[in-house]
Design a protein around this ligand. Structure first.
Ligand code: GTP
Ligand code: MG
Length: 219
């Protein structure tokens, strides 16, 4: 499908989000918007995820960063298409920035599109990109208090990955407390501990993606 951007699409974020959502639905592409503070491990999780699912799904990645092409290059090293958006100062991706780069991705032949948002636990939570699922990554060194201090992010997401559990023996992070806090902020979300370093918990995460694909892309 050839994508030509209608001028109205760029009029407002609402238009752009609906445009993206409609395009993803028509092309049968599952889209996951991944958010976290800087360094929680979004790219590390994606690197491991795209290589684990390579034989099963056709995957593409959009990388959002304030500057540099570094994360897109990390993904490309795994043989997966990656488009970098450099926001040049903006602390989040918005749906217009995403709409603008979609012509670079062949959505007809893409089963799953991951969008790694700019590292920030606040601004990205306020922007609907037209995705099927929003997920947040919280890493154990950041501490238990981040959920209650940044509740909107945990309120708008469908899944909270707790990354870097390989470091738990050295830290005071309490997984049970995190589960309780998440239930208080968003009873519909789910907590999923894993480690992009050791691979622990990855089977559960990969199965979540498989189910999301089945549920989200039925047409
Ligand atoms: N010990 C440990 N380190 C990890 C894990 N996952 C990521 N890291 C390290 O954490 C650092 C940041 O990881 P990135 O994947 O770049 O984090 P990010 O969320 O993509 O960062 P930004 O894109 O800058 O927001 C790197 O040094 C990773 O090697 C993990 O599960 N365990
Ligand atoms: Mg990254």
């Amino acid at each position: 499908m050839k994508i030509t951007l209608d001028k109205n699409v760029m009029d407002s974020n609402d238009h752009a989000a609906s445009y993206n959502r409609d395009l993803f639905r028509r092309t049968g592409t599952l889209v996951i918007n991944m958010m976290s503070s800087p360094g929680a491990g979004k790219t590390a999780i994606l690197e491991k995820t795209v290589s684990a699912l390579a034989g099963e799904f056709r995957i593409a990645v959009i990388e959002g960063d304030i500057a540099t092409e570094r994360d897109a290059e990390r993904i490309r090293r795994n043989g997966v298409k990656a488009v970098q958006i450099a926001t040049e100062g903006e602390c989040h991706l918005d749906p217009r920035m995403v709409a603008k780069v979609l012509p670079e991705i062949d959505l007809d032949t893409t089963d799953i599109l991951f969008i790694e948002n700019v590292g920030n636990l606040v601004c990205p939570s306020e922007f609907d990109l037209g995705q099927n699922y929003r997920i947040v990554v919280l890493s154990t060194p950041e501490g238990n208090d981040k959920m209650t201090k940044y509740p909107l992010m945990f309120h708008v997401t469908d899944l909270a990955l707790i990354n870097k559990i390989d470091l738990l023996p050295y830290l005071s992070f309490d997984l049970d407390q995190a589960k309780k806090d998440l239930r208080g902020i968003n009873p519909h979300s789910r907590l999923m501990p894993l480690s992009a370093r050791s691979g622990e918990g990855f089977d559960t995460w990969l199965n979540w993606i498989r189910k999301a694909y089945q549920d989200g892309v039925k047409d």
